[in-house]
Design a protein around this ligand. Structure first.
Ligand SMILES: [Zn+2]
Length: 242
């Protein structure tokens, strides 16, 4: 009898999982193949998880847990993967500059020494310029000497009106999650990715790894999901407004 009940609940559970998956698929097909978004008009977004491989990016410490080191490259990839899932479920074509803990230097020509970073960056730019996406979102985490500094901020190229518009929408979207964050999107004219990409690009600094509370949040799966959801909502709003 017990075994039968267990089987029954297992079947219920499997049916629920199936329904959930099916729901995502239906949403995907409705968005992708209906009305104006059919065929070639599908939006393309590049998600760029900053750093990777030998380049850890900023480094923080989890002070509330077991004092483990937090590497920006890992947090970037975790958030980027979640964002990719949301975008795909929304019928948007997504390309990631990296899917694993690697850098792209070997694809950019040079593979050793100080040229490695430059090579990694030029490979990312080459990939983005070849794809000609509607928007590129580069995911990063920030750091600052003072621990109390917190809050995400979106950067765009000073000369890009589209980048400016996307940054404003994405800043507002993450502000819905980070309710104490009153930062404004910021223009920049020397970030490599912003300068060298031909299509609209924004850099999403999601928060500060040097702020103990924010570092905990940025490492938390649920918070990462909420953040990815807000970024997704911002991207969709931008794509619709253009
Ligand atoms: Zn970074």
């Amino acid at each position: 009898m017990k075994r039968f009940i267990l089987l029954k609940w297992t079947l219920y559970f499997l049916a629920l999982v199936l329904l959930y998956r099916l729901g995502g698929l239906v949403a995907f097909y409705v968005e992708t193949f209906s009305g104006e978004t059919a065929g070639k008009d599908v939006c393309v977004v590049v998600v760029d998880p900053g750093h990777g491989g030998p380049d850890p990016g900023k480094v923080g410490t989890r002070t509330m847990g077991d004092d483990t080191e937090v590497l920006e490259k890992d947090v970037n990839l975790q958030i980027a993967r979640k964002l990719k899932t949301f975008l795909e479920q929304g019928g948007i074509q997504v390309h990631m500059t990296r899917e694993e803990d690697v850098d792209l230097s070997s694809q950019g020509g040079a593979s050793a020494g100080s040229r490695k970073k430059a090579s990694d960056m030029s490979a990312r730019v080459a990939m983005i310029n070849a794809l000609k996406p509607d928007l590129t979102v580069s995911i990063h985490q920030n750091s600052f000497p003072q621990q109390n500094i917190s809050g995400g901020q979106i950067f765009y190229h000073r000369g890009s009106e589209a980048g400016k518009a996307a940054a404003a929408i994405l800043q507002k979207a993450i502000g819905e999650l980070q309710t104490e964050n009153h930062r404004q999107p910021k223009a920049n004219d020397d970030y490599y990715l912003l300068v060298h990409t031909d299509t609209p690009t924004v850099i999403a600094e999601c928060g500060f790894l040097t702020n103990p509370e924010e570092c905990e949040l940025l490492c938390d799966e649920e918070y990462q999901e909420q953040l990815a959801w807000k970024l997704y909502m911002g991207i969709v709003r931008y794509l619709r407004k253009r």
